[in-house]
Ligand binder design. Sequence first.
Ligand code: SF4
Ligand code: SF4
Length: 385
Amino acid sequence: MSGYFPILRQRVRKRTFRSLFLFVTSRCNSLCRTCFYFDKLNSKDDLTFDQIRRISETAPPFEKLWLSGGEPFLRDELPEIVALFTRNNRVANINLPTNGLLQERIFRSVDRMLALAPNVSIDLNFSLDGLANTHDAIRGVPNNFRRTLETIREAEKRYANVPRLRRNVLTVITRENYNEIVELGLRLAAEAKLSGQYFEIVRGETPDADLKRLQREDVAALHRRLMPFHRHYARRLFAHLPPGVRQFATMYYLGNLRFHFDLHESCLEQPRKWPMPCTAGETTIVIDHNGRFRACEMREIVGNLADYEFDIPAALASAAMRDEVEAIRNANCWCTHSCFIQESSKFSPRVQLFTIPWAWLRQRRQKLPEMPLRDIERFRALETV
Ligand code: SF4
Ligand code: SF4
């Protein structure tokens, strides 16, 4: 039974501060047309290390640190920042996106992070937004696809025996790439020993608004084709667990991902209420590279941490943040942002105990849409690995 308890404990919990979204730098070496932060990139007002230390020292213990930027690996003290939060705040998991371009810098930083933070689990998420030409065109960097894939392959060799470092790919679905995401997934599943591949819908104010012109039915059909990838990676992720616990963990993993897809589809074209309240600004806070803070990445700035002596509990308790939380509640706010769907769903017993298990059952019954025989065979191979 002991294997079930941590999974169950994760399911139902009190609404307390759980996650920090920290933009560790505004510096970036990409030019993504999908970037909702593009107008703030490469400014010269990044938080200093001492200010980040103060944020960590005043914050209560919390579970998850979502790092962001800019390209996080352009921040020289990245390993020391991770160590601060694992030491002072007992953070258990770090989510770390990267464009994968700076191989040497990434490995130097990850090696140091693993040494300085010996107990934390790290999700290292490489961005791949299509096959080579599409990826490079979306991200504005020649040979980006080739360079990122090389980094992924090298990471596989280097960290194969470090299970607490999960190597994932994150793919942003846009109008330009949705037709080749399945092919990308099939190639990655066959060639790169990843821990997972995850899919987000392009969101926010992007430099190229055309990328956001997606039809709900196209996205829904794509999602049905993407569930086999999640099943493939779930088998790998939970292979070490005893059979009963493995099935339980798999159910929540797949149910959760299907539930995210459901909300991505229902909120794609119009506001549609989530089945749980969004807890942004209560259980999470977003801190921009310069110390401005927000309830979530999609909403406006609420204040400047400098006015609260870089003290997160003071910022969360401020009148401005309380007003923002009230506004979110009254607006029945909605979006397709998986990080916040994930964070908010953790505080809804109904979603955890009914909606997610039901989503797991539904995905088991879902048939793949029509596709060429050759692809069907490749999918069958995927379902058995
Ligand atoms: S999406 Fe990320 S990698 Fe791309 S420009 Fe924006 S911050 Fe840089
Ligand atoms: S629903 Fe989305 S946009 Fe609204 S507050 Fe929550 S995370 Fe932000």
